[in-house]
Design a protein around this ligand. Sequence first.
Ligand code: ADP
Length: 190
Amino acid sequence: MLHIILFGPPGAGKGTQAALLQDTYSLVHLSTGDIFRYHIKNNTELGAKAKAFMDQGQLVPDSLTIELLQSEVEKHPEAKGFLFDGFPRTSAQAEALDAFLASRNQKISALIALEVAEEELKLRLAERAKTSGRVDDADPKVIENRIAVYRNETEPVKDHYKKLNLYHGVDGVGSINEITTRLTNVIDAL
Ligand code: ADP
């Protein structure tokens, strides 16, 4: 089983690359952000709980997010592997994911981090706001908050997987194709 974590700050291009990689490797793409947005759109109880956090650029609480992720994985017993996008985003989520996979006799194959400088991220998110319709892209203060949350709460996840020798960094600046090639080079060498 190939279980890849596609990692990086908001605006790094995780969603774009995940859409391409899921086909190449026949993986199930799980984006916690997309799943939360689906729940908000469909007015579910979970959506109502997540919305306030997301609109402010805060993380949805770990307990809710971990439970959601596990139930999504369990929906795909046929999967050859998963492409995790936007999860884990805290050290607690990383530990929960590792334990959950271990309980199924599986493990993470690699965390691949897309590296993009902060100024470039802000430009990309401001550009995406024109078409995404996302509340959290529209306000520069919320964008600042998401980047700060990333630095403080999410970046430590890198160290967790570095210790396990599963960390790979990839330059996230270039054409979509160039970046896909960098990612497939890492995955093919696993
Ligand atoms: P981006 O990478 O552009 O920030 P996402 O779609 O991954 O976009 O996430 C949007 C929002 O959804 C996050 O700011 C956060 O509020 C919530 N979210 C997504 N994934 C998680 C997670 N693993 N843990 C907590 N909150 C999450």
